[in-house]
Ligand binder design. Structure first.
Ligand code: ZN
Length: 216
């Protein structure tokens, strides 16, 4: 069903909030049409149900919207106030890499990590930076994300998200960082002349945590 058809239902029916909440899966861009459609659409778009669920991550402005300069900052702040997991993930990135408030970042991630896989990955990585292994969360993540390609893409997305925030890059968390030697597979990569950053399901995490430390 198109957004236009949905809008007609909103004006005629009583389930507007449920419908908008469903459309919120499509992100901010889809919501803009609802806000323009009139008073009822607007109140539905700003309903608690929508603010707490809308897929902010689908917007091209996702990382930038946590900056006060963004046109989406006000909407983002409303979502954050309603504990929207995508807003919480974004705020944790800002706290962890711009304000260097690791405790604040981990606390927010703790509340959204079971909804967004990339938030769980960041939760594990930031805990690593804090010297905590959080093995239960790590084992759960590995059990839930068995496909190497998916994890590799998620790791690259996470690095992109952090890089877009212009992090400090001082290795600010180096003192507490949980160090480990090179993973066992390093010898195998060397045997196959894989010197160009090839990763496998064993070392993808090792290099991700190290890169995150370097970006902090
Ligand atoms: Zn490897």
């Amino acid at each position: 069903m198109s957004t236009e058809e949905d809008c007609k239902i909103i004006h005629s029916g009583t389930n507007s909030r449920t419908i908008v909440s469903h459309v919120s899966e499509e992100g901010i861009e889809a919501l803009k049409n609802w806000i323009k459609s009139g008073h009822e659409g607007k109140s539905a778009a700003f309903s608690v149900e929508t603010l707490s669920r809308v897929r902010l991550d689908k917007s091209p402005d996702f990382i930038n919207m946590s900056s006060p300069d963004s046109v989406h900052f006000s909407f983002y702040s409303k979502c954050l106030a309603k504990r929207n997991p995508y807003a919480m993930y974004l705020q944790s990135l800002r706290l962890g890499f711009c304000s260097l408030d690791m405790k604040g970042a981990i606390s927010l991630l703790n509340d959204c990590k079971d909804v967004i896989p990339i938030a769980k990955l960041l939760y594990i990585a930031l805990n690593r930076c804090a010297g905590n292994e959080v093995l239960d969360a790590f084992n759960t993540f590995k059990r839930e994300n068995k496909c190497f390609t998916d994890v590799d893409i998620m790791a690259k997305t996470l690095i992109d998200h952090i890089s877009d925030l212009e992090p400090k890059r001082f290795g600010s968390y180096a003192e507490l960082f949980h160090y480990e030697d090179y993973p066992d597979c390093w010898v195998i990569h060397e045997f196959y002349n894989e010197y160009n950053g090839e990763r496998c399901s064993h070392c993808v995490y090792f290099f991700l945590f190290r890169d995150i430390l370097l970006l902090s």
